[in-house]
Design a protein around this ligand. Structure first.
Ligand code: NAD
Length: 246
């Protein structure tokens, strides 16, 4: 019960990693605000949360829309009577080589992955500053550190999240608010489902631990960063990639 009495927001909660984070939070006693565009995905996660005796509520929201995010965060605050943890996990990929990348592909990935996290950070900051505490965890990617062919938009958004994390840590640290980024490597499932078998095999060769990560691996790290045990960690980027990007 490491998060007993806490309220956590998880964006992209209807997806693969968001589900694992939401369940890990609930298992440790947090009440969870599930935020996603995908209502069905959130409903599945909410029923899993209640089947383990937890409490989750669903909030349909497009993270890239600042006004929607402001409205949803104030609704979450009044529904739960507080907010302690924000996990910016919603993310998309629209891969293409630079020469072929359409303006819309660039704009959409930056809007969801980077601006979405900013929108939520800004919206919760009002409450975190007042209560002099809060945890922000941004789900970046190994690709934001190393870059990747065909992922200029995605890599830029994930590197941008690292800058956002550090700026947030500096700006809000004096009020007891921490901000950290998690950089998962190749997690089997979710966004990586669409990759070709050949690419998956090539990736595996680059992972010293010799296996792909699981959503639970990522959730365990996020849980630690959200817990009291991590109260002196801020502005960090913690890779969880089986040693891929050292
Ligand atoms: P996923 O597709 O299963 O989940 C992403 C979720 O985000 C979905 O439920 C989707 O509906 C939601 N979403 C997308 N656009 C949205 C929007 N505009 N507003 C609200 N919600 C929106 O993917 P996943 O693998 O679980 O990825 C979760 C996060 O982890 C992403 O940020 C991703 O970049 C990051 N990540 C994943 C991997 C991996 O290997 N799977 C590796 C590194 C980083």
């Amino acid at each position: 019960m490491r998060l007993k009495g806490k309220v956590g927001i998880v964006t992209g909660a209807g997806g693969y990693i968001g589900r694992a984070i939401s369940l890990a939070f609930a298992r440790e006693g947090a009440r969870v605000a599930l935020c996603d565009k995908d209502r069905e995905g959130m409903e599945r996660v909410a029923s899993e949360v209640s089947s383990i005796g937890g409490e989750a509520r669903i909030y349909e929201v497009d993270v890239s829309k600042a006004e929607e995010v402001e409205e949803v965060v104030s609704r979450i605050y009044s529904d739960f009577g507080g907010i302690d943890i924000l996990v910016n996990n919603a993310g998309i990929a629209r891969d293409n080589l630079i020469l072929r990348m359409k303006e819309e592909e660039w704009d959409l990935v930056i809007a969801v992955n980077l601006k979405g996290a900013f929108n939520f950070t800004k919206a919760v900051s009002r409450y975190f500053l007042k209560q002099r505490g809060g945890r922000i965890i941004n789900i970046s990617s190994v690709v934001g550190i190393t870059g990747n062919v065909g992922q200029a938009n995605y890599a830029a958004s994930k590197a941008g999240l690292i800058g956002l994390t550090k700026a947030t840590a500096r700006e809000l640290g004096s009020r007891g608010i921490t901000a950290n980024a998690v950089a998962p490597g190749f997690i089997a499932g979710g966004l990586t489902e669409t990759l070709s078998q050949e690419l998956k095999e090539r990736m595996l060769e680059r992972i010293p631990l010799g296996r792909f990560g699981t959503a639970e691996d990522v959730a365990n790290l996020v849980l630690f960063l959200a817990s009291d045990e991590a109260s002196y960690i801020t502005g960090q980027v913690i890779s969880i990639d089986g040693g891929m990007a050292m």
